[in-house]
Design a protein. Structure first.
Length: 349
C-alpha cells in the first residue's frame, strides 16, 4: 500500500506539488494523469525517495520514505521516462547490475534475474548488447530492471512513449500481467491506455489533486451533454428545422456529407435528456430516412479535458480575486490605523 499524506514540494516560491493526499491499495493498478508541468514526475520521484518533500508524509508498505528510506526503496521498482540504460552492456548484464544495486542477495541473484527476464520476454535477447535492440525491447529492459528483486510496488513513468502500435500492445499486456502480483502506478499521456489498464485514476493539475475515481465514474461525472450521432438521407434539408419540433434539442450540427448522399449530424441535449425516441418518431414524418443513430460515448480523454479546464478556470478566478482581497485587507488596515490615530488625538485633548 502507498499512502501520500498532505505532501507538498516547493522550489523557492514555486509550489510544484500542493498539499496532496491519496492512497493506492495493495494489488491495485492506478493511472496518474496530468498535463505537462502538473507535478506528476515530482510526486513519483518523492514516492521513490529520489527527492524529499517540503512537507507531508509518504508511506510505502508501512515504511516512511523519509525515516526508513532504504527499507521503503526496497519495496519499489521504478521505470523512469526516457529509458536510461547502459547501452554497452548486454541485457542480462544490465539486469544483473540492477539486482546488485538493489542489494538482492548473491545466492538469489541469478534466479531473480532470470525471473525478470522471463516476465518481460527478454530471454531470447539476453546476450545482445542493449544498443542493438529496438526501442520496444529497450523499454522491456528498463522494465526488467525495475522488476528484478520482486518489489511490491512498480512505478512506471510513460512506459510506452515512442513505441509503435505493436510494441505498445505488448507493453500494455506486460503491465496488465504485472497488476496480478504487484501494486502499479502508471503515468501516461495516452489516456485510452490508462482507461484500458487502470482500475482507478488520479488527476493532478498545477500541483493540486483534482480527481480520484474509476475511469468509468469520471466519464459519467463530467458528461454534461447527451450527444447523438445521426446519419440520414435528407433531400429537403429538414434536419436544420428540427428545433421547432424538438425544443429539448440544444444543437444540431452537420458533421460531414458522405459519398453515398447521406449526411451525418451531431445532436446535443442536456445530459438528462435522451432524444432517440423522439427522433425515431419525428424524422420519418419529415421525410428524413435514418441510416444510423447512436449515442456518442464519453471517453476518459473527454473527462480529463473537462476536469483540467474547469480547474484552470477556477484557479484563474482565485488569482484574479487575490489582488482584490489584498487591496481590501490593506484598506481595512489603513482605516483601522486612521481610527486609532483619531482616538489617540481625542484622548490627548
Amino acid at each position: 500500500m502507498i499512502e501520500v499524506k498532505n505532501v507538498t514540494k516547493k522550489y523557492g516560491n514555486f509550489v510544484a506539488v500542493d498539499n496532496i493526499s491519496f492512497t493506492v491499495k495493495d494489488g491495485e493498478v492506478v493511472g496518474f494523469l496530468g498535463p505537462n508541468g502538473a507535478g506528476k514526475s515530482t510526486t513519483m520521484n518523492m514516492i521513490t525517495g529520489f527527492i524529499e518533500p517540503t512537507g507531508g508524509t509518504i508511506i510505502v508498505n508501512g515504511f516512511d520514505v523519509q525515516k526508513k528510506g532504504i527499507k521503503a526503496k526496497k519495496q519499489i521498482g521504478y521505470m523512469p521516462e526516457g529509458v536510461p540504460l547502459y547501452t554497452e552492456l548486454t541485457v542480462k548484464e544490465f539486469v544483473t547490475y540492477m539486482a546488485e544495486l538493489k542489494r538482492v542477495k548473491k545466492k538469489e541473484r541469478k534466479e531473480k534475474v532470470q525471473k525478470a527476464l522471463t516476465e518481460t520476454g527478454l530471454k531470447d535477447v539476453e546476450k545482445k548488447l542493449i544498443r542493438n535492440l529496438s526501442r520496444g525491447y529497450k523499454q522491456r529492459v528498463s522494465l526488467a530492471g525495475a522488476l528484478v528483486g520482486d518489489p511490491e510496488v512498480i512505478i512506471l513513468d510513460e512506459p510506452t512513449v515512442g513505441l509503435d502500435p505493436k510494441q505498445i500492445t505488448e507493453i500494455r499486456k506486460l503491465i496488465k500481467d504485472l497488476g496480478k502480483n504487484h501494486t502499479v502506478i502508471l503515468s501516461s499521456h495516452i489516456l485510452s491506455e490508462v482507461s484500458q489498464i487502470c482500475e482507478r485514476v488520479i488527476i493532478i493539475n498545477k500541483g493540486k489533486l483534482i480527481a480520484i475515481d474509476t475511469p468509468e465514474n469520471l466519464e459519467k461525472k463530467t458528461d454534461e451533454k447527451n450527444v447523438i450521432l445521426l446519419t440520414v438521407e435528407d433531400s429537403k434539408d429538414n434536419m436544420l428545422k428540427l428545433k421547432k419540433d424538438i425544443p429539448e434539442m440544444l444543437d444540431c450540427k452537420l458533421i460531414k456529407d458522405n459519398e453515398d448522399g447521406t449526411k451525418q449530424y451531431m445532436i446535443e441535449s442536456n445530459a438528462n435528456v435522451d432524444l432517440r425516441k423522439q427522433l425515431f418518431d419525428i424524422l420519418p414524418k419529415k421525410e428524413i430516412t435514418i441510416f444510423e443513430l447512436k449515442k456518442a460515448e464519453k471517453s476518459l480523454e473527454d473527462a480529463f479535458i473537462t476536469l483540467i479546464d474547469k480547474n484552470t478556470i477556477n484557479e484563474d478566478k482565485k488569482q484574479e480575486k487575490a489582488p482584490e482581497k489584498e487591496k481590501s485587507k490593506k484598506k481595512d488596515k489603513e482605516e483601522k490605523k486612521s481610527k486609532e490615530n483619531k482616538e489617540k488625538k481625542g484622548g490627548k485633548k
